[in-house]
Design a protein around this ligand. Sequence first.
Ligand code: NAD
Length: 189
Amino acid sequence: MKKSSLLFTTELPRPADLGEELLLIHDEILPRKSKTFKKWMAQFPLRYPVKAGESLKSVQNFPEHITKIVKLCEGASSRRLTVVVAGGGSVGDFGGFVASILKRGVRLVHMPSTWLSAIDSAHGGKTALNVGSAKNQIGTFYPADKIVLSRSLLMAQPNARAFEGFGELLKIALIAGGPLWRDLSKDTK
Ligand SMILES: NC(=O)c1ccc[n+]([C@@H]2O[C@H](COP(=O)([O-])OP(=O)(O)OC[C@H]3O[C@@H](n4cnc5c(N)ncnc54)[C@H](O)[C@@H]3O)[C@@H](O)[C@H]2O)c1
């Protein structure tokens, strides 16, 4: 399986550094939460805003989404197209799945916007859709070419969400053990 490169940035990255032809799939909440994001996303000629949540991942709604996305990307070349996904875990699962099947698979960049997605779901390449009330029943393994952890994007979240992310981080550290667990348990004492 291909290895994703990981980029830590303070600001949002230059679109030209993400790929040649770009489709931005983003949580529609982001331009409302961040003026910087709103200005940044205007640089992408191909944009597909989505409402985050489990209904985005519903297989029933997928045909409508993919029909619109295919039309949007009509003129784009499969060799040059990169799907850039900005959002939390639900947008990442959806966008990753889209990238894995669009034009038989195109480049993928994940830009997680929640702590859960930054710590967990953007890594490892799992994409997923829900079937009825059964979560994550279909999907693909499709690791991103690049994962961009942008401080500017992550800091747009309300503080309360950091606690959820911290819970996830503790779980990962507990399972992994070693220096991560040692450092975290030292910091929480
Ligand atoms: N693929 C994997 O390996 C993996 C692993 C764990 C979880 N998941 C999936 O991740 C999903 C949960 O992830 P999540 O909690 O990130 O959910 P989410 O994408 O539904 O986001 C949660 C909420 O935060 C909002 N939001 C996102 N970014 C924001 C920001 N910067 N500022 C303010 N609000 C913001 C969203 O609009 C939404 O209302 C589930 O669907 C789960 O199945 C996938």
